[in-house]
Design a protein around this ligand. Structure first.
Ligand SMILES: NC(=O)c1ccc[n+]([C@@H]2O[C@H](COP(=O)([O-])OP(=O)(O)OC[C@H]3O[C@@H](n4cnc5c(N)ncnc54)[C@H](O)[C@@H]3O)[C@@H](O)[C@H]2O)c1
Length: 320
């Protein structure tokens, strides 16, 4: 079925969505960005219509789906406007930086009777899909611990919106650990205990920020699995890894080498074969299937709300 796809926000992840939708067989037909020229630049030779006014874009483009790819604090207003225009929404993470914003977005989707999902793309990473089915199948026995580190160096973060609390709604936790928190909920379960420490300070890499640049979150699930989540924008060269430990071994997804490893209880390690696939292409293709009634949402807006709730709690614990 032909679907008319639009994108709001034509920066870094907007381009990723444009390419993912195109590879999934749905070349976007309309693009919007408030910065003049940004939508035109992304449209290139694709034939997509470019807009700078969001109301005109939503009124004229007759869309089925819009990807919202703008900074977090803009998500609520844009999702509510898209819902009022009768468009299904795939909103980038975080769904929104506050619980109240997430709830308003969920209410708007419900009254419009349109689908709302959030860009927790890691759930569509084939290695994570395989990891989940191995965990659920008992391959590492009873799960005991979860450890995740998404950390590296974001040059000049002090001059980007990521460190502007008004636009980002938080620091490295809201930006990066939102994925980690969702991975914990997806692979382990809901968190019943939340603790965190978060800092920023001037170093040779840059000045102290108005938000945290480095953080650790400690989660415990209802069945007693402990998770540590580490994030930083100031630790080159970086490490992007998720490990789940059980009574019979461990599974590690290493995003740097894009390899999944299984270690048994004796320490023998072997690489696990994983299907090919791109998480963003898989994510948008799944959302298209949901919109056409061929699948149920694997990531709901309620998942977005739950992650925001954990991050807001973590920020309160860390910053007081
Ligand atoms: N899923 C992922 O792995 C992933 C990766 C990167 C970013 N993100 C998320 O995607 C979103 C955008 O991040 P980015 O890195 O692409 O940022 P970016 O700065 O590269 O791009 C954002 C774009 O949105 C435009 N914009 C800002 N406010 C707008 C508004 N009100 N209406 C229309 N356009 C507007 C800006 O002009 C800019 O072109 C954020 O929520 C971020 O957390 C997700």
């Amino acid at each position: 079925m032909a679907l008319r796809i639009g994108i709001i926000g034509c920066g870094g992840i907007g381009r990723t969505h444009f390419n993912a939708w195109s590879q999934a067989g749905y070349v976007p037909v309309a693009l919007a960005d408030t910065v003049p020229g940004a939508a035109v630049a992304l449209a290139g030779t694709s034939g997509a219509q470019a807009y700078t006014d969001i109301a005109t874009f939503l009124a004229e483009a007759t869309l089925d789906i819009v990807s919202i790819c703008t900074p977090p604090s803009t998500h609520r207003e844009l999702v509510v406007a898209a819902m009022a225009a009768g468009v299904h929404v795939l909103c980038e993470k975080p769904l929104a930086p506050t619980v109240a914003d997430c709830e308003a977005m969920i209410a708007a989707a419900s009254s419009a009777n349109k689908l709302l999902s959030v860009g927790f793309c890691h759930r569509f990473q084939p290695h994570i899909e395989t990891m989940k089915s191995l965990i659920d199948g008992g391959a590492i026995g009873d799960v005991i611990m979860f450890r995740n580190r998404f950390a590296g160096h974001m040059p000049n973060v002090e001059s980007k919106w990521f460190s502007d609390p008004a636009l980002a709604g938080g620091g490295v936790m809201m930006d990066t650990s939102v994925h980690s928190v969702d991975l914990f909920r997806h692979l382990i379960g809901d968190a019943v205990s939340i603790q965190a420490s978060a800092v920023t300070r001037t170093t040779e890499l840059g000045p102290a920020l108005r938000v945290e640049d480095t953080a650790v979150i400690l989660l415990t699930s209802a069945n007693g699995v402990i998770g540590t989540i580490e994030a930083s924008w100031r630790t080159p060269p970086g490490e992007w890894v998720v490990t789940v430990y059980g009574t019979r071994g461990a599974l590690t997804m290493d995003y740097d080498s894009m390899q999944l490893w299984q270690t048994d209880a004796t320490g023998q390690r072997q690489q696990v074969t994983v299907a090919d696939g791109d998480r963003f292409v898989n994510e948008v293709a799944h959302f298209a299937k949901c919109v056409t009634g061929q699948a149920q949402l694997r990531v709901t807006a309620a998942d977005g709300l739950a992650a925001t709730h954990i991050l807001v709690t973590a920020a309160t614990r860390a910053h007081g």
